[in-house]
Design a protein around this ligand. Structure first.
Ligand code: GLA
Length: 382
């Protein structure tokens, strides 16, 4: 699949621009556990996957830059000065955002030509946008010798998302897509922006994603609203972020915040705790505990943090009904996208069939099933 993608992108670049490009791959990500903790300086447990964005890029001596989105068959031509977000710019804004954030650092790039394509299901909560941002910042860094470190590059990508896509995201997606390690997940401390690598081997079990194939409209505004709640509670408690708050401290102000805000904050504190327990259970090969933590995480996201939706809840409930599934939860920002499931390998096909059938009956549309490989992060493709 990826080989085909690389071939197609390269071919399209040569057809459009008649030169040989630099080729970059930037993966999407999953997250084992630790949702909505990253912008609270907390912990997350993401991994890069073998689906992503392939970018072909090369210098241009014309007075404009060009990007061709191969999947959409859309060509966009733009100048490098006075870059601003476009209204309804879609994919264009991620690229413009990256360029603008590079320029804000006082770095200079020249015009370039580019073609990109990807195989991350969009809206699936696997961070196709972070992959797109990372592919461009990485490609431009190589092409124009900007000297940015990987840590600097992911901040460029994150700011592009903040300022050009309007989502005040944390650092998890860009980090995982940049720093991913083959067959491993990264226990990420979002305060220090450093991670510990865990080899992932679930023995007789495997990870399976089930895509609801829905993306409810409110996801972006609701995301920013959640972040505001966390920040205002932190302020009230006089701390930098919820990372610094214990349940005891939170309980001290319980009566001066709404019950809703209390529950949301409580969720974040508990989810941080679950990430730690999850990493310990991985080391002990304690799969049952891993499963339990996944279900608990979903419950928190559904009832306390309130970022789930009917379709996600339905899929997690079907996982609960099935003794061959140890655990499941919604993954990513919420309001649609995928659930992540820990499923007995030899029962995985049956579960997939069963859940697909039930989903179709319930919602009159199909869900999609993916099994995946954990992959290395953003890199040049030779
Ligand atoms: C989105 C954001 C991430 C993170 C997750 C929720 O994917 O981009 O920064 O906050 O939601 O865990």
């Amino acid at each position: 699949m990826k080989k085909e993608l690389i071939k197609d992108v390269k071919k399209s670049f040569k057809a459009h621009f008649k030169t040989k490009p630099l080729m970059v791959f930037a993966p999407g990500r999953i997250n084992l556990i630790g949702e909505h903790t990253d912008y609270n300086d907390g912990f997350a447990f993401p991994a890069a996957i073998n689906k992503g964005i392939v970018l072909a890029i090369g210098k241009s001596d014309s007075d404009a830059s060009k990007t061709y989105a191969l999947n959409k068959e859309e060509l966009y031509e733009f100048g490098l000065e006075n870059i601003k977000p476009l209204e309804n710019g879609g994919w264009r804004n991620y690229i413009l955002g990256v360029i603008s954030e590079i320029e804000k650092l006082g770095l200079k790039i020249g015009n370039f030509n580019s073609v990109f394509a990807g195989n991350i299901p969009s809206g699936g909560g696997m961070s196709s946008s972070a992959a797109l941002e990372n592919s461009f910042v990485f490609g431009l860094n190589e092409l124009f010798n900007l000297g940015l470190t990987k840590n600097e590059m992911i901040l460029v990508s994150q700011k592009a998302e903040h300022n050009f896509a309007g989502v005040k995201c944390g650092i998890m997606d860009q980090y995982a897509s940049m720093f991913g390690v083959k067959k491993s997940a990264l226990l990420l401390d979002c305060r220090t922006v450093k991670s510990k690598t865990y080899k992932i081997d679930f023995k007789n079990y495997k990870l399976m994603l089930i895509n609801t194939n829905v993306k409810h409209d409110l996801s972006e505004s609701a995301y920013n609203a959640r972040r505001n709640v966390c920040e205002s509670v932190s302020k009230k408690l006089n701390v930098k972020a919820l990372r610094d708050v214990s349940v005891e401290n939170l309980n001290k102000i319980k009566n001066s915040i709404s019950n809703d805000d209390y529950e949301k904050t409580r969720y974040v504190l508990e989810e941080n705790q679950r990430v730690k327990l999850f990493s310990e259970a991985i080391q002990e090969d304690d799969l049952k505990t891993l499963g339990k933590l996944l279900f608990q995480s979903h419950k928190g996201l559904r009832t306390q943090y309130k970022v789930s939706c009917t379709e996600l809840d339905f899929l997690v409930d079907r996982a609960k009904d099935n003794p061959n599934v140890l655990g499941a939860r919604m993954m990513g920002g919420g309001f649609g996208g995928c659930t992540i499931n820990l499923v007995l390998k030899r029962a995985a096909d049956d579960f997939a069939k069963e859940v697909s059938h039930k989903y179709l009956l319930e919602f009159g549309k199909s869900c999609s099933i993916y099994s995946l490989k954990l992959s290395a992060g953003t890199r040049v493709i030779k």
